[in-house]
Design a protein around this ligand. Sequence first.
Ligand code: ADP
Length: 592
Amino acid sequence: MESSVQPQSKATESAYRSFIRQNGDGERLTALRQQLEQLNTIGKRFVAAIDRFQVHRALLATLQELYSFSACSILLKGTPFELSIIPRYPLTGQFLQAMIQNIARAASVIDFPHVTAEELAAIADLDAPDDLTPSYSGTPSEATEIGDFLNIPLTVENRIIGILSLFDEHPGTFDTELLQLTTMIADYAAVALENVRLRERHMALWRAAEHERQRLELIISSMAEGLLITNAQGAIISLNSSAQHLFALAEVVLEQETPASLRHLATSTSVNWLSDLADIIDQALAGNIVMHRELIAGVTGENIPLTLSISAAPFHDTSLTAMQPIGVVAVLNDITPSKQVEKLKDEFVSIVSHEFRTPLTAIKGYTQHLIRRIERRLREARQKQQSTGSLAELPESYDLRSLNIVQSETEHLERLVSDLLDLSRVQWGELDLKYTSFYLADVLAERVRLAQVSAEQHTIFLDIQVQDSRIVADQLRVGQVFGNILDNAIKFSPPSRQVTVKLQERDDEYLISVIDQGIGVSPEYFDHIFERFYRVRNATSRQYSGIGMGLFVARAIVEAHGGRIGFSSNPGIGSTFYFTLPRVPHTSTLQL
Ligand code: ADP
């Protein structure tokens, strides 16, 4: 709150009245004018003062027009007290000491916190304004005692803020006739000092705020992360140097002078990722926090384009009650180097998986060949047995069972290798589907047959509720998705429990459900199990093998077909995993 210098109207009025009484009615106007001019000069002196030293000068200049005195002092309340002694000419140490004792006494009788002469002596500040007092250059006084003194409280809005004291070495200096006028001058000084105090406080606060602002600016500009701040309209109002560098890398030129909204910038330039960035900013402006959203900001087609991870949050004006954000603060991270490492890792996995495929194909082919030969031999042997009437178990039937297990496990291994290969394809958006027309029921039946061979104790029940299950899809990948889900149903349910596979038709899509009576999934993991490499890690699930890749790849394949994947589960009772596939995908030109 800023105070201003105001003449104390009551004191002024009574001063006029006494002056007019003395001078008679005839000279009333002249007297009044003189009085006003005098007040105006005094007021101006104090109003112009911008620091306490200038107030001291104004005070000295005004008081010495009334009295010839040795010194004045101002004691101000506060923590700590402030005592300024303003001599008009050099004074002896004893005189100054006597002044301080007098001020301490005056303070104890005026409404003032207790203060001793010793305390005052320790904080006293001698302000000798030699430029304003010509008499200061005269011979130093030898006086050691005070002849006369005057103590006047300094008040602002009826609040005592300090004491003004006047001292002279000669007795009888301070005329009681002039007391009213002196009080009025003290009031001017009080208001001027209060204004100075407020100004100093404001300046100190401003300096602290400015210091803090510069510190923050320095921190923000040295951040390795890019920082982008928008206003409520989604226009960039501030960018740190890292963010500017990232925009420059992405070849985006920003108008510094007139910030346009990001949405506008996205439509007016041909930079695609800016509209994704505008979406993120809009989401944050709607009150949401966006975390680690990845954007490809570099030229697509490059081996590893510039990739940014962006997090954004709205910010509010704490002084406003309105919930509407006044802007968004977004952090931009260049994650291209980690993408490069990821790509290298994926390429390595891809090469190794390819290398696995060749021997696997050979194992599968030779196993099938052996199975067919043994089946033929078995048929011939059974025919012989029928003719001889023998019921003995043939050794070929053991061989056939063993080979079927080899085939089933090879299929499992092949699925893992396919998942590994697809994993990096999904990562880099390179999942190509090879559409053909086939019977979905056949694919499910074949997978169930193979699974049943190695899961002898489980009963897998296949419930086909569809007459004609023709579909246009990527047959191998559909088999891969179903195989992953069926493997999980068998793996996560105890032997002897039934696993049911259902094929149903809904409008123009198929619904495939795999129902198990296994360990189930607790609700807290529901949101995660389709994430890459995610596995539930609790006491029940720890014993099961796996790498947390199957469902991630399955979801990518199903979604690439235009289908959906999901599940419902009750821990300890069982789960139902399902996925849908359109009979004919929208993108395919193949007919059923
Ligand atoms: P993996 O089976 O190799 O661990 P998945 O991606 O296929 O990886 O599955 C991820 C996780 O989801 C599993 O580790 C398991 O915790 C949970 N899960 C998947 N299917 C089932 C199921 N039928 N019953 C219980 N938990 C399951």
